[in-house]
Design a protein around this ligand. Sequence first.
Ligand SMILES: [Zn+2]
Length: 64
Amino acid sequence: MPSDRYKFCNHRFVEIDNYGERLIGCVEGNRWTWRASKQPIELPEDDLKALKESRKEAALGGSS
Ligand SMILES: [Zn+2]
């Protein structure tokens, strides 16, 4: 079983910085884990939206 697949879905892991806390999980599924919690968490809609936007910009901006 590939270790980079999140167990709740088949999307790839991404690592994000959420107010200084490192979260690992899935943008599409909105399921996140972090080192202090064994249970997955969901991000608020606004945070998720901002995250998607920033990732889109990063992808477009790329390696300027
Ligand atoms: Zn997913």
